[in-house]
Design a binder for this molecule. Structure first.
Ligand code: S3P
Length: 440
């Protein structure tokens, strides 16, 4: 346990870099492992979750070297993963688990995956089902959760799959499995989710097409057994990590922050639209594209926020941002309603419950009803002098830190160790721009 205290701060000012995007970092390691040749990855996130993907791939025969923060991946080619000698422990990383289950399913290898207490509680049925259709056998004694053993198939089948649950992890799991299948695999997304896998596969030369084929749903098709060619990657800063600083600057008076080189994939930045509706002053500058991903600098100033209704339709485009948005809602004038939050129950913690418990500690009026949250803090002040339980969830810990910066009294956070999974250096960056966060 690493308890910390976050205290009232007068302003956040400066220009900062945010560590690499977690989703893109996972995919850069996994996809380059299947390519032919050497891929160089700059700006990769060095969080624990990414290290979990890296060591899993190494256990399956991929050589990954690191020099001065730059990774070199020597791909084994499509279908070239080897059977691991040992159990693969993926720690806290749901993305590693879901993407690797698909990938291993279409290799003729047997692998057992496990994870920490939180990951062993998260549902894997959503990726087990399509993997079985592709031809893998998967055995879990824990109700379709980790630990589980995958008996991959030598003859993966191309499938047609309707994805009614908006999930980039499930979509990516199927796409990675499809790389080894003869013929075309198609996924129909009822609600589109982040498309980092599709963009990166294209960057590596995969035969992937995306269309709407007369229906309103997005259809992604990929032709398997096609060689991927090593192609260098620069990972942009993670928008979900930047979100803590964006909201920090909005709610701490007299703040102005400049965040450099942040990924602005349209399926990730729903939060910007919502914050602008709330009255936030946010600008996107120097827009460009790096390895098929849109990137920009983000400028943000303290703003008077007002409560809004956040519709369910936008939730896949801001799914990881609800904990920190709930803090902005505590400072906003009037009521904020957040809808379509059922998926939050299956994140690193039951985030619906974690958010409610956190806001109750801040003595904010919060009601949860059928996957909706209603938040209103009439005096728009956080008293602090409280202890926040993070439920071993990195995004709850970071949200509580930001809340502490605008609280009257100190906010004690029971454990900050999970922040390492997605954002090493978070507290150092906060303190470098005027935050007051200390170890207990
Ligand atoms: C991720 C997708 C999202 C997100 C997670 C990372 C990814 O999960 O919550 O942090 O990298 O594909 P779902 O796809 O389950 O919604």
């Amino acid at each position: 346990m690493k308890p910390i205290i976050s205290s009232n701060s007068s302003a956040l000012n400066g220009s900062i870099n945010i560590p690499g995007d977690k989703s893109i970092s996972h995919r850069s390691l996994i996809i380059s492992s299947l390519a032919t040749g050497k891929t160089t990855i700059k700006g990769i996130l060095k969080g624990k979750d990414i290290i979990s993907s890296k060591s899993a791939l190494e256990k399956m025969g991929v050589i990954i070297k690191e020099e001065n923060g730059i990774f070199e991946v020597y791909g084994v080619g499509s279908g070239g993963l080897l059977e691991p000698d040992d159990i693969i422990d993926l720690g806290n990383s749901g993305t590693s688990a879901r993407l690797l289950i698909g990938l291993i399913s279409s290799h003729k290898i047997v692998a057992t995956l496990t994870g920490d207490n939180s990951l062993r509680k998260r549902p894997m049925g959503r990726v087990i089902e399509p993997s079985k259709k592709i031809g893998a056998k998967i055995i879990s004694k824990n109700n379709d959760k980790l630990p589980l053993t995958i008996f991959g198939t030598n003859d993966p089948l191309p499938i047609k799959y309707i994805l009614s649950l908006p999930s980039a992890q499930v979509k990516s799991s199927i796409l990675l499995a499809a790389l080894q299948a003869p013929g075309e695999t198609c996924i129909e997304e009822v609600v589109p989710s982040r498309d980092h896998t599709e963009r990166m596969l294209k960057h590596f030369g995969a035969k992937i097409s995306i269309n709407l084929e007369g229906s309103s749903n997005k259809i992604i098709c990929i032709k398997g057994q096609n060689e991927l060619l090593a192609s260098n990657i620069e990972v942009p800063g993670d928008f979900s990590s930047a979100a803590f600083f964006i909201i920090g600057a909005l709610i701490v008076p007299n703040s102005s922050l400049y965040l450099k080189n942040i990924g602005i994939n349209p399926y990730r930045i729903g939060l910007i639209e919502i914050l602008q509706d709330m009255g936030a002053k946010i600008e996107l500058l120097n827009k460009t594209t790096k390895n098929n991903e849109p990137v920009a600098d983000i400028k943000v100033y303290s703003s008077e926020l007002k409560g809004v209704d956040v519709p369910a339709e936008i939730s896949p485009r801001m799914i990881d941002e609800y904990p920190i948005l709930s803090i902005a809602a505590c400072i906003a004038k009037g009521r904020t309603t957040l809808k379509g939050l059922d998926e939050l129950r299956y994140k690193e913690s039951d985030r619906l419950k974690s958010i409610v418990e956190m806001l109750k500690q801040f003595k904010v009026d919060v009601n949860e009803f059928e996957g909706q949250l209603m938040i209103e803090n009439k005096n728009r002040i956080l008293e602090g002098n409280c202890v926040i339980e993070t439920f071993q969830d990195h995004r709850i810990a970071m949200s509580a830190v930001i809340a502490g910066l605008v609280s009257k009294g100190p906010v004690h956070i029971d454990d900050s160790s999970m922040i390492e999974t997605s954002f090493p250096g978070f507290i150092e960056i906060i303190n470098s721009i005027g935050g007051q966060v200390s170890e207990k």
